[in-house]
Design a protein around this ligand. Structure first.
Ligand code: PEP
Ligand code: MN
Length: 342
């Protein structure tokens, strides 16, 4: 941490800060310039809040020079984390494609969509059984029945399951049916939930919060890693900005930023990122070009009658086209996408 003193800070003010920090066990490196005195605080500063320094008499500014997260950082682990789920890898050369409807609605619906997306090359079937809806009157998901349906559909088409957990109490039930646990944008700062994910043996798909900074998002991942679960992937799904044309603003720059800051895989979700079907394909292409380790795409065979997120769900043919396009893009940057099955 660096503390910058006001140009007219007095010697007693400077000494006071130095003594305080030395009493806490830090070493201080003082550098006296023409205008300002700088204090370099050496030691584990993760427990000091720079704001507690900023309010001290004589201090002009104080900030951290190292990140507050450790285990998720590239400094801690230089090599990319590759998550192996029943032999399917996320974070390696292959770009993982996760596709399916927003909500699990019926067995027929899941069987229909699973066949379409698996034939096109998706290896993961998505769909929510517990849905975080803005309105309490909107469809809330099929619950346990939905979990059984998505598992059956995935097994039939040799796919893996990703589905959301909204509550700590749901972890064991959902874990019985899924291969990856999704934590939704509204829940990534539910600290009792994310702490509980640290001690389970299931890969976690951690969406970015609607208003999370990248640092806050990585801190949520740190909760899970620090509990012992190292299989975490991040998902950029758009953030709230002043723009109203799209549902969210898809922050594609988060992809290279996360790759620089962290070793964890990052997946892009242009469906929630834009909220509009015709914007999903261009943003999906761009996300692969930007280096995303995977895509999460909502697909529905009858989006007009979908129980949720129909407007952002691709039609089957659009998904097939997208898969062809991103295979070409992946090649250019030295990555692969699974072949279509038919
Ligand atoms: C979803 O994946 O359907 C979902 C609810 O996503 P998010 O948490 O990003 O809104
Ligand atoms: Mn959705």
């Amino acid at each position: 941490m660096v503390i910058i003193m006001e140009h007219d800070a007095t010697k007693p003010q400077i000494d006071d800060i130095i003594n305080k920090l030395q009493d806490l066990g830090f070493n201080i490196h003082q550098s006296t310039g023409i205008d300002h005195t700088l204090l370099g605080v050496i030691g584990d500063v993760s427990k000091i809040d720079p704001r507690d320094m900023q309010v001290l008499p004589g201090v002009a500014d104080a900030y951290r020079i190292s990140a507050p997260y450790k285990l998720v950082s590239r400094e801690f682990q230089h090599k990319n984390t590759i998550i192996d789920i029943k032999g399917v890898k996320i974070g390696g050369d292959e770009v993982a494609v996760m596709a399916g409807p927003c909500s699990i609605e019926s067995k027929e619906q899941m069987m229909t969509i699973a066949e379409i997306v698996s034939n096109a090359g998706a290896k993961f079937l998505r769909g929510g059984a517990f849905k975080p809806r803005t309105s309490p009157y909107a469809f809330q998901g099929l619950g346990e029945q939905g979990l059984k349906i998505i598992r059956e559909a995935a097994d039939k088409f040799n796919m893996l399951v990703i589905t959301e957990v909204m509550d700590k109490e749901q972890i064991s039930l959902v874990s019985e049916h899924t291969d990856i646990i999704q934590i939704g944008a509204r829940n990534i700062q539910n600290f009792t939930l994310i702490r509980a994910l640290g001690s389970i043996d299931k890969p976690i798909f951690l969406k970015r919060g609607i208003s999370s900074t990248i640092e806050e998002w990585l801190m949520s991942a740190e909760y899970i890693l620090s509990g012992g679960n190292r299989n975490v992937m991040l998902c950029e799904r758009g953030i709230r900005t002043f723009e109203t044309y799209t549902r969210n603003t898809m922050d594609l720059s988060a992809i290279p930023i996360v790759h620089k800051l962290s070793h964890l895989p990052i997946i892009a979700d242009p469906s929630h990122g834009t909220g509009l079907r015709d914007k999903v394909i261009p943003m999906a292409r761009a996300a692969v070009a930007a280096g995303a380790d995977g895509l999460m795409i909502e697909v529905h065979h009858d989006p007009e009658h979908a129980m949720s997120d129909g407007a952002q769900s691709l039609l089957p043919d659009q998904f097939v086209d997208l898969m062809k396009q991103i295979r070409e893009i992946a090649k250019v940057i030295g990555r692969t996408i699974a072949d279509a099955r038919v």
